[in-house]
Design a protein around this ligand. Sequence first.
Ligand SMILES: [Zn+2]
Length: 163
Amino acid sequence: MSQVIVDGFAFCRQAEQREGSAAIAELPRLAAETFNQQGAVHWSFRGGRHPKDYAQLNMAVTGDVALVCQRCLLPMSHAIDTQTRLVLAHDEQEADAIEQTLDDDAIDVIVGSATLDLMQLVEDEVLLSLPLSPRHPTCPDGGAAHTPGKPDSPFAVLQKLKK
Ligand SMILES: [Zn+2]
């Protein structure tokens, strides 16, 4: 699997930028969630500082992955387009303290290091952004799971209305 190792704190201090692409097949935890391990994600990182003087990483990930529809078990394309702000702490204790100080759900506090693997962060981010139970809005087979000609049960209709 691929790694992109940077010194997290130096990266932010020097306002460095990195971007690239990662094949889904090289991100094993993500690949396991996909239909065929095909495709790639594009990622970019920009180092900087949070107004409260913490090291901050801005991460953006885009791409398309094929997930398995939980209704018809056929592949469905899922677009990834996430932007995340990460604040780096030196250890778990500091991370907890920063979480409390910032009190901002839009920011994730992580433990940074001199050997921070950006690909790990990309993979975590994409995994978190995936739907828990992916389903086509309309399955391409027109609902092969149903008996042909038989109308949906009232319960199934109700389930559809809830979505
Ligand atoms: Zn489907």
